[in-house]
Design a protein around this ligand. Structure first.
Ligand code: BGC
Length: 386
């Protein structure tokens, strides 16, 4: 019965108030509502929203939230899962948290088990955005709201909301960093560059790549940046499952085919930290020239260590605590029939229409600000980075 009530609430309250950034201000607020519902409502006052707690425990009592995470192999998902579990439990929910070992069929069965186990809401970070159709159909048939977590769930009308970081902005920040680091506005170059992008099955990967390439393409066209391997298109530079080993072996091939004669490599655009780590491993074993500028994303511990050792230039900090809080708040709003905070109703079309989204703001990180971002904020201890 809870589910029926939920679906009614959901149907009548897919109304969005607009905030900027996670807990940010609403000065550029636009009224936002899912295209179909077209309901409009004033943006919630930013302060109130920023200080608002997750769902009150009373509403959460007896309510079960299924949290499906892709893998324990990459550091960030362990943090996402742990943060989600802690925050949901603190708000009084029962939590069924599962990791799927990057195996799509395992993720499908885990979600199906969550549904049959009585989940009232599902929060899903997909391994492959388009491969959960069956399980999502089952959720829809059971009137269980689904929140796509970090990665958009594609081609399914079972998805109620999406919460993530601004993925395109992650890419533009990486691109802008490269422009500044090489002083591309003033320097003639040419600078030699290589590119390593993410998993084609992850909708985010294209946003990261496009965000960075939209910044860098003018410099490639002007001949200031030269991709020596000639591998530029997303398909050529993608890394299935974001695996470090795959990024490493591709980087080894690129280095032996194009740089073995001592050619200098000036910059390696990497979409995230797991792929940057592969590139860094390949460089350590196969390259003696001056170390290139290398980008990353996630501030994984190994990569922050490499940043401190001068082997990675920057990363993007996506505080998983912020995303978890936002999602817990979303869960509470969905369950209580309140207006659900979103701040983007245009960008993320999953093939069945635009999914109302909440985009948190990614933050640039390097050796100069890591202490404040990562240590002072309690994300890591100094010991974690030794
Ligand atoms: C996430 C990134 C992460 C990557 C690999 C993406 O969907 O947004 O933060 O680096 O997956 O796990």
């Amino acid at each position: 019965m809870k589910k029926k009530l939920l679906s009614m609430i959901l149907a009548t309250t897919m109304i969005a108030s607009v905030l900027v950034g996670c807990g940010g201000s609403s000065d550029s607020a636009e009224t936002a509502a899912p295209a179909e519902e077209a309901a409009t409502e004033e943006a919630a006052p930013a302060e109130e929203a920023a200080t608002e707690e997750a769902a009150p425990a009373a509403e959460a009592n007896g309510t079960k939230v299924g949290v499906s995470m892709p893998t324990k192999d990459l550091q960030r998902w362990n943090q996402d899962g742990a943060n989600m579990q802690a925050e949901l439990e603190a708000a009084g929910y029962e939590v069924d948290l599962q990791y799927a070992s990057n195996d799509v069929q395992t993720q499908v069965s885990q979600i199906e088990n969550m549904i049959s186990g009585g989940a009232d809401v599902l929060v899903i970070a997909a391994i492959e955005g388009s491969s959960l159709g069956e399980a999502l159909d089952m959720a829809k048939a059971a009137n269980i709201p689904v929140i796509a977590y970090d990665r958009l769930l594609m081609n399914s009308d079972a998805v109620s909301y999406y919460a993530t970081f601004d993925n395109y902005m992650v890419g533009t920040k990486q691109g802008e960093y490269i422009v500044e680091a090489l002083d591309l506005e003033n320097a003639d170059g040419p600078f030699n560059m290589e590119i390593t992008a993410g998993d084609p099955g992850d909708n985010n990967a294209g946003y990261f790549y496009n965000g960075a390439m939209d910044v860098l393409n003018p410099y490639i066209e002007a001949g200031k940046l030269v991709v020596v391997s000639g591998q530029v298109s997303f398909d050529e530079v993608a890394t299935p499952t974001w695996a470090t080993e795959t990024a490493q072996s591709r980087a080894e091939n690129i280095l032996s085919s194009n740089y073995a004669d001592g050619t200098q490599i000036d910059v390696w655009l990497c979409s995230n930290d797991s792929t940057a780590l592969g590139v860094e491993n390949a460089l350590a074993a196969n390259y003696n020239g001056e170390y290139p500028v290398i980008t990353g994303q996630d501030c994984d511990i190994e990569n922050v260590k490499n940043m401190l050792a001068g082997k990675q230039s920057m990363s993007i900090f996506k505080d998983t605590r912020t995303l978890a809080s936002q999602v817990v708040k979303m869960v509470g709003q969905i369950l209580s029939g309140e207006t659900v905070d979103v701040n983007d109703t245009e960008t993320y079309d999953n093939g069945t229409g635009v999914i109302p989204s909440y985009l948190c703001e990614p933050v640039f990180a390097d050796v100069n600000n890591y202490k404040e971002l990562l240590i002072d904020s309690g994300y890591y201890t100094e010991g974690d980075l030794q």
